[in-house]
Design a protein around this ligand. Structure first.
Ligand code: R5P
Length: 272
């Protein structure tokens, strides 16, 4: 691996722990103003110190993230469809490598829709992105998207998708956690991070999912809604971080969550 590629990979996956906390807020690229992400800057700014990387589009990066922040960026470079359009899988590449380099990214990411009408288009786009990523020393994150068909998230389907991404040369794969997740990680030679999916009922559910994913071979998370749709997003991301980078178990991480939440509430009450 060339120096630039290695350097960028180490900005995404911390070489000290071999793990990654990525904060995803690219949802607007097809969902528009998602709940609690209506004003991206307000939602995201308090979370930046606790994310190794942020995952977002160039538009939100330029308008809503301070360029002087120390945050590393994984840029979403696919799009072209919307939640109200005919077919979410009909995506193309939206952002050039020239642009990604100008934005000083640590990596770029795009979705593939395996088994969909546009399977081939998205997989060939991914392969081309990897070709260019190799030219410029920029890692590519392949995202195994399921569109509206959330029920597709089982080990058989996700193993297929992740393995295809890895075979095409993707440097990191983002997928969903599922039952028998170990089958997904063991059959994918590239490192895997998990998305969180729609908001779960309790914080403990999020922490258990994170812990189980790590135990079963994920290198970390690239999570969005389960962090920033929570009433205490800083407490959640710090609790997740304690699992990913400090090997906390869910109970220990939940204690981290409660301590930070209670401190924040006391400070708020004292300043009221
Ligand atoms: C889809 O919008 C993106 O790939 C998200 O970045 C991904 O789904 C992670 O976000 P969440 O944890 O909210 O599922």
């Amino acid at each position: 691996m060339d120096w630039g590629m290695k350097n960028r990979m180490s900005r995404i996956i911390n070489p000290k722990t071999g793990r990654a906390v990525m904060l995803a807020f690219d949802h607007g690229y097809f969902l528009g103003p998602t709940h609690r992400l209506e004003e991206p800057r307000k939602t995201i700014e308090p979370l930046l110190p606790y994310a190794d990387t942020i995952m977002l589009t160039r538009g939100v990066l330029r308008t809503s993230v301070d360029p002087e922040s120390a945050t590393n960026v994984v840029l979403r470079v696919s799009g072209g469809s919307s939640i109200v359009g005919a077919d979410l899988s009909d995506e193309g590449i939206t952002t050039s490598f020239k642009e990604a380099i100008k934005l000083n990214v640590a990596g770029v990411g795009m979705s593939v829709f395996v088994g969909s009408k546009h399977e081939s288009q998205t997989l060939l786009n991914l392969a081309e992105l990897v070709n260019q990523g190799e030219d410029y020393g920029i890692p590519v994150l392949g995202i195994t998207a399921v569109g509206k068909e959330l029920e597709k998230r089982d080990a058989r389907y996700l193993s297929l998708c992740c393995r295809i991404c890895a075979e095409l040369g993707t440097h990191i794969v983002k997928t969903y956690y599922c039952d028998e997740f170990e089958k997904v990680t063991t059959s994918c030679p590239a490192p895997i991070v998990i998305a969180g999916g729609p908001k779960l009922e309790t914080e403990m559910d999020v922490l258990e999912m994170t812990y189980n994913a790590i135990q079963q071979g994920a290198v970390g998370v690239d999570m969005g809604r389960n962090i920033w749709q929570n009433d205490h997003p800083v407490a959640v991301i710090r609790a997740i971080r304690s699992i990913v980078h400090e090997n906390n178990n869910p109970k220990q991480a939940h204690d981290v969550f409660l301590t930070i939440k209670d401190d924040a509430e006391s400070t708020k009450a004292a300043n009221a």
